[in-house]
Design a protein around this ligand. Structure first.
Ligand code: G1P
Ligand code: ZN
Length: 543
């Protein structure tokens, strides 16, 4: 086995976004593409030399090819040990757990999250640091800068590693340990949750369906829900990870998990339904006859987390992304703990968790998590729900309705206008931004605007500032409209409009959401001129 320096040259556009470098598979297949990026990581993070690197992905098409190349480049760059999930699998939260558990230097996670897979689909790679969380901008900037000057990568010429066999082998001077992808994660979950209580819940006849969407959580959910917690075989469906996710879109929402939703709306359906995405970090929670919005789920879990052993001492604070509904703030207030409002994107939670300021965090986009790892965690959210259900022995519907009665209900919806011409979307945002100062005091229907701003966040831990994180129109009665452009779309621009109002009166808490928000939806359109600017009379997706 020899180490070769392969001459190369920069490839444009290798700038990692919030979720790493994410492109079409065919882009990743082009000559030197992944090699350049991986070498740039080793050049930008010198402590990987002599360190431990965790490697794994969601099993999508190209996962195995990418891992073989990463291992050969890692060996040639002096990594002491690579720890790889069997068959190349590690869910994103499990990768975070393994990095933390081993005290590894970092990890390379292969995934394009909830985007479709297969040869025509998407692929992605991201670097996580030793706390188990995504690399901060200072590191991703350094990686990107290196991709722009790179002139060689180092690679070991060697046969491929057998990723199927658990155990340790040598690749040049580097040790490669192939691990069971589930084991560290399962141990962590067993520490956090009352598995005995959840077993008793299943023994009592409680029924559930978990849809793994042919993505990475299949093996985790089967091992934990069925083998460990005694849920009947068949509770986990679509449990075998496939390179193309069975041709489906592994996004656990009411569009792509419609079968699950329909089943839960039936009288004879199971008591509880849940799903996760391609790489296992998002979650969908549905009770019999009761969908739980991610914003409500965060608030309800915050109010009840103390029922699980891992959080029995209480939580230190709750953090939510700015567009996420304000429901969790009310819980934090009642508990007397901190409430934090961060820009969109998981990376903003890391400092708050590391500093012990927040324990739970979440986003309206179906991401919920805690300080047990530094990624959002789909199956963790499902297990916390199960733990709460096992203790309370109430239905999801009762728990949700009791929560609204106690804390009030935040009616909430997100309207997405997709594939909008990028320039027109900018014009809409700039137009509204320019008028923000004139809005306070304006009467809109039954409400008066109290404040309007362009959300900026100063990190309370490191003082860094993130600006232009969304335009907020705040009404005197607590209602709110937020406008922002997606940072993850691939075609044109996606305008996201988040609409919310607070309803303290239990008699008024059972309206249909869009109807309950109708006047604010109208107001959003008038304030920003959505229809004129986008040319669309209706949003493309309503969640
Ligand atoms: C979306 C979600 C955001 C999430 C991100 C990565 O980003 O809205 O909450 O953190 O995906 O999963 P957006 O497209 O809105 O920029
Ligand atoms: Zn994901």
């Amino acid at each position: 086995m020899t180490v070769k320096d392969v001459p190369t040259q920069p490839i444009a556009g290798q700038k990692p976004g919030t979720s790493g470098l994410r492109k079409k598979v065919e882009v990743f297949q082009s000559p030197h593409y992944i090699e350049n990026f991986v070498q740039a990581v080793f050049d930008a993070v010198p402590e990987l030399r002599g360190g431990t690197l965790v490697v794994g992905g969601d099993g999508r098409f190209f996962n195995d090819v990418a891992i073989q190349r990463i291992l050969k480049i890692a060996a040639a760059n002096g990594v002491a040990k690579a720890v790889v999930g069997q068959n190349g699998l590690l869910s994103t939260p499990a990768a975070s757990a393994v990095i933390r558990d081993l005290g590894a230097t970092g990890g390379l996670i292969l995934s394009a999250s909830h985007n479709p897979g297969g040869p025509e689909g998407d692929f992605g790679i991201k670097y996580n640091i030793s706390n188990g969380g995504p690399a901060p901008e200072r590191i991703t900037d350094a990686i990107y800068a290196r991709t722009r000057t790179i002139d060689r990568y180092r690679m070991l010429s060697s046969p491929d590693v057998d990723l199927a066999r658990i155990g340790t082998l040598e690749l040049g001077d580097m040790a490669v340990e192939i691990i069971d992808p589930v084991s560290t994660y399962r141990t962590l979950m067993a520490e956090l949750f009352d598995f005995e209580a959840i077993r008793a819940l299943f023994r009592s006849g409680f029924t559930m369906r978990f849809d793994a969407m042919h993505a990475v959580t299949g093996p985790y959910a089967k091992a934990i829900l069925e083998d460990e917690l005694g849920a009947p075989a068949g509770t986990v469906v679509n449990a075998v990870p496939k390179p193309d996710f069975g041709g489906h879109h592994p996004d656990p929402n009411l569009v792509h998990a419609k079968d699950l939703f329909d089943l839960l709306m039936r009288e004879d359906g199971p008591d509880f339904g849940a799903a996760s995405d391609g790489d296992g970090d998002r979650n969908l929670i549905i009770g019999k006859g009761q969908f739980v919005t991610p914003s409500d789920s965060l608030a309800i879990l915050a109010a009840n987390a103390h029922l699980a052993p891992g959080y029995a001492a209480g939580i230190k604070g709750v953090a939510r992304s700015m567009p996420t509904s304000q429901a969790a703030d009310r819980v934090a207030e009642a508990l007397g703990v901190g409430a934090y409002e961060t820009p969109t994107g998981w990376k903003f939670f890391g400092n708050l968790l590391d500093a012990g300021m927040a324990t739970l965090c979440g986003e309206e986009s179906a991401g919920t998590g805690s300080d047990h790892v530094r990624e959002k965690d789909g199956l963790w959210a499902v297990l916390l729900w199960l733990n709460v259900l096992a203790v309370k022995r109430q239905s999801v519907r009762e728990i949700v309705h009791d929560h609204w009665q106690r804390f009030g209900r935040n009616y909430y919806s997100r309207h997405d206008y997709e594939e909008v011409d990028a320039e027109r979307a900018q014009t809409l945002m700039e137009g509204l931004r320019a008028r923000l100062a004139t809005l306070p005091g304006l009467e809109v229907g039954p409400r008066r605007i109290a404040k309007a701003d362009d959300f900026a966040y100063q990190d309370p831990v490191d003082g860094s500032v993130a600006e232009h994180q969304g335009l907020r129109v705040l009404f005197q009665d607590g209602a709110r409209i937020v406008f922002r452009l997606s940072g993850t779309g691939t075609v044109g621009a996606t305008l996201r409009v988040y609409i919310e109002r607070f309803e303290p009166d239990p008699a008024q808490q059972h309206l249909e959401t869009q109807a309950a928000l109708a006047d604010l939806i109208d107001a959003a359109n008038h304030l920003a001129g959505i229809h004129e600017h986008t040319g669309k009379a209706q949003p493309d997706v309503i969640t």
